[in-house]
Design a protein around this ligand. Structure first.
Ligand SMILES: Nc1ncnc2c1ncn2[C@@H]1O[C@H](COP(=O)(O)OP(=O)(O)OP(=O)(O)O)[C@@H](O)[C@H]1O
Ligand SMILES: [Mg+2]
Length: 293
């Protein structure tokens, strides 16, 4: 894990305001550049190699929690299975196009945006058509950058853009990572998670070398586990000293409310705001916001 660049970026983000003042002595042109950087939304992909790892549930509930904390958030569903589209609480009857229509140039990104029940949360939905669009796009080397290019259109309008990718290695996963500045990793207390992490880090290096050299990890948080003690024991037992430093204090427990909310097509906070899952995702969102402040 690239701890040096992580530490550098923490320091850098703390000092952005200071830098703004500094540049005001240097020249107006540079101020404009810094202010533009400050206004741009942070793009985060919820990464993970294994299927059924909680990526979509996290993408939806983290987006909803950020929105409840009044951070304007766009959830981008980058998986043809469209799980996060179904879980985000959007009125699917209003869906006339999706991410695939944007990627093949039929509509603008703005036209694909759907409102949710939360004032600060919007969604770019997905459908099976994304699979066909990806098959076509993957024929040309370099097309993996396409989502990052399209997101420029809306980046200034949001505080956070959260991308939900499919599992394993595919054109869409690389595209989702290449579009992001940061990755957040949901992690499980299982032996398989270690192997998955290794594969994921290889993939991150591939994306950094070929498409997005600034890609960094904004945090790892445990999900579907029982207690902080279980997490600490796991980290110690598996000797994950490097990872420990970027593990969030908050973790998401196994919670029926999360499962039921997902089945009913809404974020858990809109199903039961007092459930352990809803509270945990709000805590994770708060830690994420603190990381970037
Ligand atoms: N904290 C939780 N408590 C209970 N169930 C959960 C929790 N988090 C995730 N789940 C359940 O785990 C299953 C997998 O979650 P999810 O669809 O988010 O995984 P995924 O990594 O996106 O899977 P895929 O590989 O299909 O994209 C779902 O049935 C979901 O409801
Ligand atoms: Mg998913």
């Amino acid at each position: 894990m690239d701890e040096n660049s992580l530490a550098f970026n923490r320091v850098f983000s703390c000092n952005r305001v200071f830098l703004c003042f500094f540049y005001s002595f240097v020249g107006l042109k540079k101020i404009t550049v810094v202010v533009m950087c400050l206004a741009m939304g942070t793009i985060i992909t919820i990464a993970g190699q294994r299927g059924r790892n909680g990526r979509s549930v996290t993408a939806v509930n983290l987006s909803a929690s950020l929105a409840l904390l009044e951070k304007k958030t766009l959830l981008v569903d980058c998986d043809p299975q469209a799980c996060s589209t179904r879980m985000a609480g959007v009125d699917l009857s209003l869906m006339t196009c999706d991410l695939s229509s944007v990627l093949v140039g039929k509509v603008s990104l703005q036209e694909a945006v759907l409102k949710t029940q939360l004032r600060f949360m919007d969604v770019i939905p997905s459908s099976l058509s994304l699979f066909h669009a990806a098959t076509r796009l993957s024929r040309n080397v370099g097309n993996e950058r396409i989502l990052r290019i399209f997101l420029r259109e809306l980046r200034d309008e949001y505080d956070y853009i959260i991308i939900d990718p499919p599992a394993s290695y595919s054109f869409l996963t690389v595209m989702a990572m290449a579009a992001a500045d940061w990755l957040v990793l949901p992690f499980h207390c299982t032996p398989e998670a270690i192997g998955d992490l290794r594969l994921l880090l290889q993939m991150v290096n591939h994306v950094k070398d070929n498409f997005q050299q600034h890609l960094k990890i904004a945090g790892v948080f445990f999900t579907q586990c029982c207690s902080r003690g279980e997490i600490d024991h796991f980290l110690e037992e598996k000797d994950l000293k490097g990872v420990e430093k970027i593990v969030y204090n908050s973790f998401v427990p196994q919670d029926n409310a999360v499962e039921i909310a997902a089945q009913r097509g809404k974020p858990v906070a809109l199903h039961d705001i007092e459930s352990p899952g809803a509270e945990a995702y709000l805590d994770v969102a708060n830690e994420l916001i603190s990381f970037f402040n």
